[in-house]
Write a protein that binds this ligand. Structure first.
Ligand SMILES: Nc1ncnc2c1ncn2[C@@H]1O[C@H](COP(=O)(O)OP(=O)(O)OP(=O)(O)O)[C@@H](O)[C@H]1O
Ligand SMILES: [Mg+2]
Length: 246
């Protein structure tokens, strides 16, 4: 079945205590598809992305990644995580480890690679992100943009089937946003399946196959970028766009 979605979400509901954070969210992402997820603050974008990586439990609904159904069993959680790379707003690199060691850590501990093979893999990914020359530096010796590119390389070292990004450029100084977006464009061109929470609408226009707009814990619209930007259907999406596109 060539069209089996790589991410399949059906009727997902999540509460934080009494607060209904995700309301019947359904979403299918095909292999190689690039999705941009946007929406106002508090609309549930991070919560959705974090559910896909089992960083948040959900109450009901069905979530499958690469054909593996995610439930609360630790085995299902670790099998799903083997296929999912995640890049956060703040890079979460270990400060006491070199760039190369940060990247080699998960391949050793999650995939069981020997150190040499893991290091070679780390160097390959760092080279792709054009940052191999910093392999022996510590994170604090790098700029924010460089640290975020290391974080992307680190996620790719697990050779994931899906990459999740949660506002990867919003903590960066403006002059560093471009280098990180360029790396993400290159990754998209390589055929990686990507779900990207971002307000970088230039990136969405350039790369996204689909834009998903969330509000109040629900997916309100899902459309190709040209349609979303030119003719957003809902008033909420129009309001949102009028605030972020000048
Ligand atoms: N751990 C938590 N406990 C309680 N409520 C939470 C928790 N995390 C998020 N929420 C609430 O759930 C809602 C959705 O949060 P979420 O972080 O997913 O939004 P978001 O769309 O990513 O927003 P932002 O654009 O500000 O990052 C918000 O109202 C938030 O306050
Ligand atoms: Mg968020």
């Amino acid at each position: 079945m060539p069209d089996t979605p790589i991410v399949r979400i059906d009727g997902l509901n999540k509460w934080y205590g009494p607060f209904h954070a995700l309301k019947d969210v359904s979403l299918q992402v095909a292999a190689g598809e690039r999705l941009v997820i946007c929406g106002p603050s508090g609309s549930g974008k991070s919560t959705l992305i974090r559910c896909i990586n089992a960083l948040e439990p959900f109450l009901n609904g069905r979530l499958e990644v690469a054909g593996i159904r995610l439930d609360e069993r630790p085995a299902s959680i670790s099998r799903v995580r083997e296929h999912v790379g995640m890049v956060f707003q703040h890079f979460h690199l270990f400060p006491h480890m070199s760039v190369a060691d940060n990247c080699a850590l998960a391949p050793v501990h999650v995939l069981g690679l020997d150190r040499r093979t893991a290091r070679e893999r780390a160097m390959r990914q760092l080279a792709k992100l054009r940052i191999a020359d910093k392999a022996d530096r510590y994170p604090a010796q790098l700029s924010g943009g460089q640290q975020q590119r290391v974080a992307i390389a680190r996620a790719l070292c697990l050779e994931p089937k899906v990459m999740l990004f949660d506002e990867p450029t919003s903590a960066l100084d403006p002059e560093m946003v471009g280098e990180v977006l360029d790396s993400m464009v290159t990754l998209a061109e390589s055929g990686m399946t990507m779900l990207v929470v971002t307000h970088e609408m230039g990136f969405a226009r350039q790369v996204a196959d689909r834009v998903v707009f969330m509000d109040g814990g629900a997916i309100v619209e899902s459309a190709v970028p040209e349609h979303f930007f030119a003719h957003a259907r809902s008033e909420r999406a129009q309001q949102f766009l009028s605030k972020i596109i000048h």
